[in-house]
Design a binder for this molecule. Structure first.
Ligand code: GLN
Length: 445
């Protein structure tokens, strides 16, 4: 009830939620009370959780913040949703996002912009900006988002909360509306590393419904947290000291890295020479996959359906009116990159560079346990500031995208303030070694 009241009070200012699930939440809370009384509670029983509105739920619409899915009702739960439901979590609502998770500010939502709780004139980041804002503002204790190129870590950083992108394959993507299937991962938002660890543990592990989810044991992330970090080797990437990083942000992140050293870690310089190609590679691969994934929204099977005289006209009108401008831009970029004559020059080339980016990390992780640096080059920017300049918008993800290309895990944790706004430290780790990344994050926190 406290969270629902807070949602009611703050939502007129924040707009973090597309759908508030008050009735569902109350019913789940009553059931949680019963479980707690019966001694059947887990760490998540009765905990208010917000869900990015790109995760399928049987008891609320799933819109992807798109007109094409405005009234779409999924007949099944995403696997992560089902797992939380089984643990007795309470779903307070579905959070705003850039349309189909394409964006870095939630300004690409077809419905409204979410505001940053620290400064209502700034963006919360994106695409999982609603989830980040909801947790930062105390509208939920935990939230789930998805991270294809930074969409958990960047908004977590902009809103001053913890965000985790798990290793590709760690968490089932079943029931996550697909954007770029080889990059997408679902992960937690929380106000502490310990809370994030609880949520990550609950959603991780093999799922027969997602053939890319990996059959590896899920360690207790919570148990990993107690240990100190003396003697651990922390990589500082030369290539992350690039131009365009706000000097104030740089100073705060540097102080956080010095703190890791004070805690007993050894700082080691590493090189990730293909970093400068990550953004360009991402903007071939992600749109290519998106153009294929979004072909299913044709007005026949799901959501918006505009009936014209011919089937082709139905498709054109449904997609023309249903998709927003950024989604159309991605579909056109992706279709172009995949088309005959350009496929080898763009798509195949991008896949090769992707391999080189992954190799950079493989080599670096032979020398170090984690890599530390800024999550984003700036603090949250003003609403409207970058909408007319997609390149500037894309640059917000320069430090987060390499981890998606390589499939490795990353954590964003608050590490101070610049210009009165939260600054975030990003820690990257070896594939399937979320435990070490969380342990360093927790030691710092
Ligand atoms: N901002 C990036 C994009 O627009 C990443 C989005 C994401 O991670 N979902 O594609």
């Amino acid at each position: 009830e406290a969270h629902l009241e807070r949602i009611e009070r703050l939502e007129p200012h924040l707009h973090a939620f597309i759908t508030v699930m008050a009735d569902v939440a109350r019913a789940q809370a009553r059931e949680a009370d019963r479980r707690i009384a019966a001694g059947e509670a887990t760490a998540l029983t009765g905990i208010p959780v917000a869900l990015k509105d790109i995760l399928c739920t049987v008891d609320a619409p799933t819109t992807a913040a798109s007109k094409i899915l405005r009234n779409y009702q999924s007949p099944y739960d995403a696997t992560v949703v089902r797992r939380l439901r089984e643990q007795g979590a309470v779903f307070v609502g579905k959070t705003n996002t850039d349309e189909f998770a394409m964006g870095s500010s939630t300004e690409n939502s077809a419905f409204f912009v979410t505001r940053n709780p620290w400064d209502l004139n700034r963006v919360p980041g994106g695409s999982s900006g609603g989830s980040a804002a909801a947790v930062a503002a105390g509208e939920a204790i935990l939230a789930l988002g998805s991270d294809t190129g930074g969409s958990i870590r960047q908004p977590a950083g902009f809103c001053g909360v913890v965000g985790v992108k798990p290793t590709y394959g760690r968490v089932s993507r079943y029931g996550l509306l697909a954007f770029a299937s080889s990059l997408d991962q679902i992960g937690p938002f929380a106000r502490s590393v310990a809370d994030a660890a609880v949520l990550l543990e609950a959603i991780s592990g093999r799922d027969p419904n997602d053939s890319t989810s990996v059959d590896l044991p899920v360690p207790s992330y919570v148990d990993a947290l107690g240990q100190d970090i003396r003697g651990m080797r922390i990589g500082i990437a030369r290539e992350y000291q690039v131009e365009g990083v706000d000097p104030e942000v740089e100073r705060v992140v540097q102080a956080a890295i010095t703190e890791l050293e004070r805690l007993g870690a050894e700082l080691v310089e590493v090189s990730l020479p293909h970093t400068s190609y990550a953004l360009a590679t991402y903007y071939i691969i992600a749109p290519a996959e998106a153009s294929a994934n979004l072909a299913r929204y044709d007005g026949v099977k799901y959501g918006l359906s505009i009936q014209e005289d011919t089937l082709l006209e139905d498709y054109l009108q449904t997609r023309g009116q249903g998709f927003g401008p950024e989604v159309k831009r991605r579909i056109m970029l992706g279709t172009y990159a995949l088309s005959s004559g350009y496929y080898d020059a763009y798509y195949v080339k991008a896949q090769k560079v992707r391999t080189l980016i992954k190799r950079d990390f493989d080599e670096a992780f032979e020398k170090v346990d984690v890599i530390a640096g800024p999550t984003s080059p700036t603090v949250a920017f003003g609403i409207g500031e970058r909408v007319d300049d997609p390149i500037q918008m894309y640059l917000a993800d320069i430090f987060t995208i390499p981890a998606n290309m390589a499939g490795i895990p990353g954590v964003a944790i608050p590490c101070g303030f610049a210009h009165g706004m939260p600054v975030s430290l990003q820690l990257l780790g070896r594939a399937f070694d979320e435990a070490t990344v969380l342990r360093v994050a927790h030691a710092y926190e």
